[in-house]
Design a protein around this ligand. Structure first.
Ligand code: OAD
Length: 240
């Protein structure tokens, strides 16, 4: 038995996911041995300053990540969270730091992509949005049809403010069960959600391939692959 917890009718369930949930879909994480930040400097490809300095390099990085999306699929961890949402109805929110669209592709509905998404981009001048599928991938720096400004990936970079923080705050303040999956807990504000929910009396569950700096803070911590742990865990905690 993984967990003795049973979700009740009046529970509000929130999930926070990070790169680890997509690792079994063959998407690279950021800080593990083979992580993206071992090969690329954050300052170069994930900051507004990096984009100003070398937009071509930034586009090369995100175009490669966008192209990879057509080769990958959600894994059992993503699908387990879809099942959990169905059982919780409206009392459920999935907050993800991932930009790979795999939660939505799996069928999750109430998703907050707090770090943006790879599937679109916007003009850094007039803020017109474009689907990445309509962008000419051969262009080194795609430009806006309306004002000729530089398009940029719709990714929240370091030194930028994550999306939907007001909504996230509302969600967290009524959360009674928080499940955090596949994140190293190194990036703020997401790293604080665990502490916030715990302080409000919520029950917290961590799932990660490795122990993390905050593993001991959780009420329950499950070490292993999320694609293996989540289906079993969710099956158990949703039993009546
Ligand atoms: P990290 O790369 O920092 O952490 C990934 C976590 O996933 C690690 O703790 C791994 O142990 C764990 N992990 C790996 N494989 C797993 C598996 N199969 N099952 C469960 N856990 C597994 O990625 P994040 O914490 O998501 O931000 O990073 C947070 C943010 O930092 C990202 O959203 C990104 C990055 O810079 C931006 O780009 C703005």
């Amino acid at each position: 038995m993984l967990s003795n917890l049973r979700i009740k009718n009046d529970d509000n369930v929130t999930i926070l996911t990070g790169a680890g949930i997509s690792a079994e879909s063959r998407i690279r994480t950021f800080r593990d041995g083979n992580g993206l930040w071992n090969e690329h400097r954050v300052e170069d490809v994930a900051t507004p300053e990096g984009f100003r300095k070398n937009p071509e390099l930034v586009w090369k990085f995100y175009k490669a990540r966008y192209k990879q999306l057509s080769e990958v699929e959600p894994n059992p961890g993503h699908y387990a969270l879809v099942e959990l949402e169905k059982k919780c109805n409206d009392d459920f929110c999935l907050i993800t730091q991932n930009v790979d669209n795999l939660h939505k592709l799996a069928g999750s509905k109430n998703v907050i992509e707090m770090h943006g998404t790879l599937v679109n981009c916007y003009c850094s001048n007039c803020r017109s949005y474009y689907s990445m599928s309509e962008i000419d991938m051969e262009l080194p720096i795609p430009l806006c049809e309306h004002c000729n400004g530089r398009l940029r990936p719709n990714i929240v970079w370091f030194n930028e403010i994550p999306y939907e923080l007001d909504k996230i705050h509302d969600v967290l303040s009524k959360t009674s069960i928080l499940i955090v999956v596949g994140t190293s807990g190194q990036v703020y504000p997401a790293a604080q959600f665990l502490y916030y929910v715990k302080r409000n009396g919520g029950y917290t569950i961590g799932v990660n391939l490795e122990f993390t700096h905050d593993s001991s803070v959780y009420n329950e911590f499950h070490k292993g692959k999320s694609g293996v742990i989540l289906p079993e865990l969710i099956n158990q905690i949703t039993q009546i």
